[in-house]
Design a protein around this ligand. Structure first.
Ligand code: ADP
Length: 334
C-alpha cells in the first residue's frame, strides 16, 4: 500500500490521486516500458529483493510519479515521496532513508535538483546501502555509518542530461517515458471523464486527446475545462462542440499548440529569420528560463516536426511556418 510522506512535492497530489491508475494494466500506453518493468518487478519479487534503482525521464506530466506509485504497489511495498529541492540537507535525506522498510521505494522527483552534498551521501546509500550520520557536537562530533534496509530509489527527471554522471551511473534501470499517441490520450480522457461521472462522446475525447500536447496531465486538465462548457450549456454529456469551444477559449490551436509554443515559433520565424538561433538568445527574447524551453516546450515541438535542433541552434520548420500562416525569409536554412 502506498504511503504519502508529508514531503509530497507540488500542489497536484490531491487533485490527481483519484485519477491515478493503480496498476500497470490501468496505466494507458507505454507498452514497451510496461512489458520491461513487469519483468523486472516479477524477478525482484521472486528473489525477495528490492527492484534495482530506477531513473524515469521525460517531460512533465507524462506519468513518472504515477509509475512510481504503481511500481511500489506491484512490488507490494510502501512508497515514500519527496523531491530534489525538498531535501535541503543531508539530515533530511538521512531521515527519509532511515524511515524505509525492507524493499520500500523512495521516489525523488526532480532528482537533478539535489544539492551536491546531498547527492554525494545518496551515492553511498545507493551503492553500499549505508549512510553516514553525524553524532555528537563540537570537539566530540563524529560520523557513524548506518546500515540501511535494502531499498529502491526511483528518480524522476525531465532530461537525463541534467544529472551528473556519477548519479546517472548509479541507476541500473534508466527508462524514458514518451509522449502519448492521440488514441491513448483519448482513452485517458474517457477514463477520467468516467471517474468524474460525465459521459463524453468519442469525437470529443479524440479531439481533446489530439490537442493535449501528447501529455496525460494536460488531457486531464482539458477535460475539466471542457466539462465546464458542457455544464454551462446545460448538457448531460460532453460533445465535440464543447471541446472545440473550450479549446478556442483556452488558446489551444488545432495542432494542440499553446500560446508559448506559438510565441516561440513566431519569434524564430520573425525575429531570427527562421533560425538557427541559440537557446539562450531564444530564452532571453521570450523571457523564459532556458530549462523551461529545453525540458517543457521544445520536446513536443521537436517530436511533432515544428522545430529542428541543429548544431548551430533551433530552426523553425516549413510545417511551423505554414501552420502559423507565416512566410519564411529567403535564405532560410531549414
Ligand atoms: P509526471 O510525474 O511525469 O510529471 P504524473 O505521474 O504526475 O506525471 O501524471 C500526471 C497526471 O496524468 C496524473 O494525474 C495521472 O493520473 C495522469 N497519467 C499519467 N500517465 C498516465 C497513464 N499512462 N494513464 C492514465 N493516466 C495517466
Amino acid at each position: 500500500r502506498a504511503a504519502l510522506s508529508p514531503t509530497v512535492a507540488g500542489g497536484e497530489a490531491g487533485e490527481s490521486l483519484s485519477l491515478r491508475p493503480q496498476s500497470l494494466a490501468e496505466y494507458v500506453g507505454q507498452a514497451a516500458l510496461k512489458r520491461k518493468l513487469e519483468v523486472f518487478v516479477r524477478a525482484a519479487r521472486g528473489r525477495d529483493e528490492p527492484l534495482d534503482h530506477t531513473l524515469l525521464h521525460g517531460p512533465p506530466g507524462l506519468g513518472k510519479t504515477t509509475m512510481a506509485h504503481i511500481l511500489a504497489h506491484e512490488l507490494g511495498v510502501r512508497l515514500h515521496l519527496t523531491s530534489g529541492p525538498a531535501i535541503e540537507h543531508k539530515g533530511v535525506l538521512a531521515g527519509h532513508l532511515t524511515a524505509l522498510g525492507p524493499r520500500d521505494v523512495l521516489f525523488i522527483d526532480e532528482i537533478h535538483r539535489l544539492a551536491p552534498t546531498v547527492e554525494e551521501s545518496l551515492y553511498s546509500a545507493m551503492e553500499d546501502g549505508r549512510i553516514d550520520l553525524p553524532v555528537g557536537e563540537g570537539t566530540r562530533a563524529r560520523t557513524i555509518g548506518f546500515e540501511l534496509a535494502p531499498f529502491t530509489l526511483i528518480g524522476a527527471t525531465t532530461r537525463t542530461a541534467l544529472l551528473s554522471g556519477p548519479l546517472r551511473d548509479r541507476f541500473q534501470i534508466i527508462e524514458a517515458i514518451e509522449f502519448y499517441g492521440d488514441d491513448e490520450l483519448a482513452a485517458i480522457v474517457c477514463r477520467t471523464a468516467s471517474i468524474l461521472g460525465v459521459p463524453v462522446s468519442g469525437a470529443a475525447a479524440l479531439e481533446i486527446g489530439r490537442r493535449s500536447r501528447g501529455t496525460p496531465r494536460i488531457a486531464n486538465r482539458l477535460i475539466r475545462r471542457v466539462r465546464d462548457f458542457a455544464q454551462v450549456r446545460g448538457a448531460r454529456s460532453i460533445e465535440l462542440a464543447d471541446a472545440t469551444a473550450a479549446l478556442l477559449e483556452l488558446g489551444i490551436d488545432s495542432e494542440g499548440l499553446d500560446m508559448l509554443d506559438r510565441r516561440l515559433l513566431t519569434m524564430i520565424v520573425e525575429n531570427f529569420r527562421g533560425g538557427p538561433v541559440g537557446v539562450e538568445a531564444l530564452g532571453a527574447s521570450l523571457g523564459e528560463p532556458r530549462d523551461t524551453l529545453e525540458s517543457v516546450v521544445e520536446p513536443f515541438l521537436l517530436q511533432r516536426g515544428f522545430l529542428l535542433r541543429t548544431s548551430r541552434g533551433r530552426v523553425a520548420t516549413m510545417k511551423a511556418a505554414r501552420h502559423l500562416g507565416l512566410e519564411l525569409p529567403p535564405g532560410w536554412q531549414g
